[in-house]
Design a protein around this ligand. Structure first.
Ligand SMILES: [Zn+2]
Ligand SMILES: [Zn+2]
Length: 258
């Protein structure tokens, strides 16, 4: 399985692309996108066109920012279209608050008969779906209403994407039963000095991250994502000081092979 967290920051003039993460999109085997924060910014349109299924974990803007742009980019007249998968309440939000004919055209209503922009599929927590050769199990996490983390399994290896979440239990209990699990992309949004804000907003700081990874008694790679850019250095120093095993910082744009 190949997983890439798409880059989401522009280089300073003449500078290098930084690893600051502002938005969230993972590409899995090129065909499945987990969230659409930066999906519509891929300069290579063919890479956008290869994505046929977009799983939206929740409706926060860093996870859906370029979904309207992406759907427009890949639209071709005809019956084939991208499938959007999410909790029913998230699909309702996307339809009524984004694709509402004002913020963006109502691609849901415009998708009729043999001409479609998008096809929406509500998912049920705990019920796996199979797409692009991947079995995707959506599982509730502790963030905002309807938030889902994902276990993605290709039959050889499995990778977990808890998305945005604070401390949670069922997610870890479920993925612990998957013998093929190799890696977890887990967030750390705030430094320990902002632990209260992390708790209120359903996120992790290094200390709660350390407590969380102990819940999964498995030898997996822990790949840290979603550091708020302003605090990224502080979070990295705090994580290093904790001396945790198998923990690494994500490199946006790197193709992780599992
Ligand atoms: Zn969020
Ligand atoms: Zn987020």
């Amino acid at each position: 399985m190949r997983v890439e967290l798409l880059p989401s920051s522009l280089p300073a003039s003449g500078g290098h692309v930084s690893d600051a993460q502002f938005l969230v999109t993972y590409l899995v085997d090129g065909a499945l996108a987990v969230d659409a924060g930066s999906l519509g910014l891929l300069a290579d349109l063919r890479r956008q066109e290869r994505v046929r299924h977009v799983f939206v974990t929740h409706e926060h803007i860093d996870h859906i920012a370029t979904l309207p742009i992406f759907l427009e980019n890949v639209y071709e007249p005809g019956p084939d279209c991208v499938e959007l998968l999410a909790a029913e309440c998230v699909l309702d939000f996307l339809h009524h608050d984004i694709f509402n004919g004002r913020v963006w055209p109502d691609f849901f209503a415009l998708s009729t008969g043999d001409d479609r922009f998008v096809h929406a599929t509500p998912v049920v927590p705990g019920t796996p779906v199979t797409r692009a050769g991947l079995t995707i199990t959506p599982l509730p996490v502790s963030h905002v209403e309807g938030s889902l983390g994902l276990l993605v399994d290709d039959g050889q290896v499995a990778v977990a994407f808890p998305s945005d979440t604070g401390p949670t239990d069922d997610f870890w209990r479920h993925i612990a039963t998957c013998p093929r699990l190799q890696a977890v992309f887990l967030e750390v949004s705030f430094p320990d000095t902002m632990a209260d804000l992390a708790t209120i907003t359903g996120h992790h700081c290094p200390r709660s991250f350390a407590a969380e990874i102990r819940k999964l008694d498995r030898d997996v790679r822990w790949i840290v994502v979603h550091r708020k850019a302003r605090y990224a250095g502080e979070i990295a120093r705090e994580l290093t000081a904790l001396g945790l095993k198998n923990v690494e910082l994500v490199e946006p744009g790197r193709g992780y092979e599992f």
